[in-house]
Design a protein around this ligand. Structure first.
Ligand code: GLN
Length: 193
């Protein structure tokens, strides 16, 4: 594998689980960097934006003056893996919300779209990626992708609905691939950097 460094946006949320998933995927520990400040962001070649609370992550990006720098890096083609709240944070449109967002991925999302009764569930996710195949999707207060822009490709579905997308170097999923025993999504992501 390469020398590239993979950052974990580490303000909040389950970034540690993503770090462990990268390690299970064979990424050497010295290539995994927790990112909480601008200099750390500048030192990485790719970034994972974890699940957690999208409103809080947006607010902290602004408070630590990283919002514009991150947006610029993503627009310049930095590989991104965004999951759940991370997907919300990078979406162009969030239904009924004026929260801070990076707006770099042309999708429309609906937050907490499965309702309060179904706080979390597991269901098979069929990907179109041969190296990944069908995996278990862990959905936790998950958003739904309700519209995809023309440049956005559906990479995976669950019960017929798109749950993972790609636009150039941005990969985003509504579920939590970091919680699987194996780490096929992280292995695939790392292999592309
Ligand atoms: N509902 C959360 C949000 O809107 C996302 C949930 C999660 O990341 N598990 O940020």
């Amino acid at each position: 594998m390469s020398e590239s460094r993979i950052g974990l946006l580490a303000f909040q949320g389950d970034y540690e689980a993503h770090g462990k998933a990268l390690a299970r995927a064979g990424v050497e520990l010295e290539r995994i960097v927790e990112v909480r400040r601008l200099t750390e962001l500048e030192s990485v070649d790719a970034l994972i934006i974890p699940g957690g609370e999208s409103t809080v992550m947006g607010m902290l990006l602004e408070r630590f003056s990283m919002f514009e720098a991150l947006k610029t890096r993503i627009e310049a083609g930095m590989p991104i893996l965004a999951t759940c709240a991370g997907l919300i944070l990078i979406a162009k449109n969030i239904e009924g919300s004026s929260q801070t967002k990076l707006g770099v991925l042309d999708i429309t999302v609906r937050r907490n779209a499965y309702g309060r009764q179904v706080d979390s569930f597991r269901a098979p996710v069929k990907t179109h990626i041969p190296e990944i195949g069908t995996i278990e999707g862990v959905f936790i207060r998950a958003p739904k992708i309700v519209a995809l822009g023309p440049s956005v490709e559906s990479l995976a579905t669950c019960n017929g609905e798109t749950v993972m997308v790609r636009d150039k170097a941005i990969i985003a999923a509504t579920f939590h691939p970091e919680l699987l025993k194996d780490a096929p999504v992280h292995r695939w992501f790392a292999s592309r950097i």
